[in-house]
Each structure stands twice: as structure tokens, then as C-alpha cells.
Design a protein around this ligand. Structure first.
Ligand code: GLU
Length: 373
């Protein structure tokens, strides 16, 4: 069953919990190496993998003489600042052994709430993937205060899943998955292999945090799964401390708990576009572009744009209309009005010549487009 559920998956976000790659003593580089080998195997099978890795605090706190959890936020941030370089070094070395390159991406909630930064982060991540480089994401712990914190990397991994439009979120944890009762208290507790819908009853099965190195517990994992599922993406919670579990999941074995997506991808996109600012302007597009969008499910290129109305910035939502003014839908635009004016009607290949730079070939990427019909 799991094999069928994963058959459409191409792009995967794998979240690695602190409890998977570290012990009370700090980061365990040999575990990082083992996991990196599994990730390498997935890439060789044709998957694109984005990692969201915790472990910075765990890797850095020893240098501050801290055992257990850092007692204050500044100490936690200092530990993260020390540990993030150690964490990345462990990944860099592990992937280099396989001839692969990694990139560090540190994000805050603010970065993804702001549409322009959201698009910039997205473009960076897509560019890294295009170059077969493995992005390794963590929360930018040093600069976050409560309002701009993701709170935990389970939540961050769900946001990233939406950001990169992955088809699967895998949360590697030090627990086996979701049990019907607390397995620490009840030896009769049964692992639930597949969850069709995250109901109140399911939520009731998740307890608090089970370890001292990570911040999340089953409750935050369920929240992350719920978010991803609402975006139309399935989530697997798997025990990452068991070697090869990641590979076994992709081999179709029932390891951990798999949460079925609640809606389809299109609904997820509409959901996201609904959260952007109200449309700020209009683009009038020619017949060829209308056909490409409606029939060919293509992106909007500059050549098809014949007129504009209103002002907008890169990252704003704009309405799309035919030359007769009939509204077709709306999308998130890659170029501001000032940038669009000189390139509209031109070929994508001319964008860079005209502007001196380009954000992409598309004025509106089809993934950022919601059509009325
Ligand atoms: N960003 C933190 C770290 O790397 C972890 C947050 C979490 O585990 O949820 O240590």
C-alpha cells in the first residue's frame, strides 16, 4: 500500500530531528554519515531531497558547558550559533564522500510570511535543486524572537514542503511513529501504520515531548503532518535512529505512520494564493497566452503580456485578463510593474539583456497561478 501511495513522489522534504543525530553528549557524526548515505541512495533513485535538520543546539551546547537543555533563550541561541557550523560540517563531509555538495539555508517565519522573501527563498532552493545540490535548512536561531519563530523544526519542515512544492514530507524522529496509546506507559500500545484523516481522536493520541535534545514531540509532528496534508502532501513519521528505515519506507515497507493528504495539490496552491495580498493590478494577455494557460497548463511568459493596469511589486498577486477584459484568474507575479513594462511583449531570452538580470523566464509561473475555470 505504501508503495502505491509514494509512486507519484519525486521531491521529498526529510526532516531530521535532534534526537536522531545527537545524544546527550552532542552531535554524532557517524549517524549523520549513515543518514547521508541513505539520502544519497534516494537521490540516485531519482528523488530530489531537501533536508530540514535540527541539531545545532545539541551540537553547540557542549562548548558552553551545558548538559541537558540550555536554560535560557540567549544560551540556546549561542549554542545554535556554535553548533550550526558543526552540524553543517558533519553533513558537508558526509555528502562530500559521495561527491555531493550541500548548501545551508537558514530561515525564520518572517522570511516565509513576506511574499517577496518567500519567492526569493523558493527561487534559491529551486536553483540549488536544479544544480543537484542538497539544501539543508534550519531555523535561523540566532535572530529569532518569539513572534518570528517557527517554534520547532517539525513546523518549519511543513512550511518548507509547501515552499518547494514537495510531494512528501518525511519526519525522522526517535520514535517509531504514532501509537494508539502512549507506548512509554502502555506496552500494549499499537503503532498506527496509516492515518486517513487527523481527527481530534488522533490528536488525542499524541503526548508531549519524549526526549531532552529536541523541542518537538508527537503533538508538533501531528501539527506538521496536518499542515502538509492540507497542502495536499502526505507525511510519514519514521524512526530515524533505525539504520535504513528511510530506504525501507521508499521500498514500500510499513515503517512508521503515513498520513494521507487531505486534498489535492491544486487546492493547496489556491490555499496559498488566497493568503497573498489582494490583487494589486491587472495584466492583459493575448490569445496565444490565454490558450497556453488554459489548454497547455503553461506559465505566463513576457511575450504574451500586451497591457497592464495598476501598480504592483514582485511577489504581489495580479489579475489576468483577456484583451477584451474578461477575467481569467490570478497569480503571483515575478516582476514589478517597472520591471515588466520594458520586457512585456518580448521573448524570455531578452529579459536579462533588457533588465541586466532576471528572476526567471516566467512572468507568472504556472505553479503560482489560479485560473477561474
Ligand atoms: N533549530 C534547533 C536546532 O537546530 C532545533 C529546533 C527543533 O528541534 O525543533 O537545534
Amino acid at each position: 500500500m505504501i508503495k502505491n501511495l509514494l509512486s507519484h513522489v519525486r521531491r521529498v522534504v526529510v526532516k531530521i530531528g535532534s534526537g536522531v543525530i545527537s545524544t546527550e553528549e552532542g552531535l554524532d557524526a557517524s549517524i549523520v554519515t549513515g543518514l547521508s548515505q541513505s539520502v544519497g541512495q534516494l537521490i540516485d533513485r531519482g528523488f530530489e531531497v531537501i533536508l530540514v535538520s535540527s541539531g545545532a543546539v545539541a551540537a553547540g551546547k557542549g562548548a558552553l558547558g551545558i548538559h541537558g537543555r540550555p536554560p535560557t533563550i540567549p544560551l540556546k541561541q549561542a549554542a545554535a550559533a556554535i553548533g550550526q557550523t558543526r552540524l553543517m560540517r558533519a553533513y558537508k563531509d558526509a555528502f562530500l564522500e559521495q561527491g555531493r555538495t550541500v548548501a545551508q539555508v537558514l530561515l525564520t517565519r518572517d522570511d516565509l510570511a513576506n511574499r517577496r522573501r518567500y519567492l526569493n527563498a523558493r527561487n534559491t532552493l529551486m536553483t540549488l535543486l536544479d544544480h543537484r545540490i542538497i539544501p539543508i535548512i534550519n531555523e535561523n536561531d540566532t535572530v529569532v524572537v518569539d513572534e518570528i519563530r517557527f517554534g520547532d523544526n517539525d513546523n518549519l519542515s511543513a512550511m518548507v514542503t509547501n515552499l518547494v512544492e514537495a510531494n512528501l514530507l518525511v519526519i525522522l524522529s526517535d520514535v517509531n511513529g504514532l501509537y494508539d496509546r502512549d507506548p512509554r506507559r502502555d506496552p500494549q500500545a499499537q503503532l498506527i501504520p496509516v492515518v486517513e484523516r487527523i481527527t481530534a481522536e488522533i490528536e488525542g493520541m499524541a503526548g508531549g515531548s519524549a526526549n531532552t535534545v529536541g523541542t518537538g514531540g508527537m503533538a508538533t509532528k501531528l501539527k506538521a503532518a496536518k499542515k502538509a496534508c492540507l497542502y495536499g502532501v502526505g507525511t510519514a513519521i519514521v524512526n530515524g535512529t533505525v539504520p535504513n528505515n528511510l530506504i525501507r519506507l521508499f521500498d514500500g515497507e510499513e515503517v512508521g505512520t503515513y498520513f494521507l493528504p487531505a486534498s489535492n495539490r491544486m487546492a493547496a496552491k489556491k490555499h496559498w494564493i488566497a493568503f497573498t495580498k489582494k490583487p494589486r493590478g491587472k495584466l492583459f494577455i493575448d490569445e496565444g497566452a490565454v490558450r497556453a494557460l488554459l489548454d497547455g497548463h503553461k506559465s505566463l511568459l513576457p511575450s504574451g503580456v500586451k497591457g497592464v493596469d495598476g501598480g504592483f511589486d514582485r511577489g504581489d498577486a495580479v489579475r489576468l485578463c483577456t484583451l477584451e477584459g474578461e477575467e481569467l484568474g490570478q497569480g503571483v507575479i515575478n516582476y514589478s510593474l517597472t520591471e515588466l513594462l520594458p520586457i512585456m511583449g518580448k521573448k524570455s531570452s531578452e529579459i536579462e539583456k533588457i533588465l541586466g538580470y532576471k528572476y526567471g523566464d516566467e512572468i507568472i509561473h504556472r505553479d503560482n497561478l489560479v485560473l477561474n475555470s
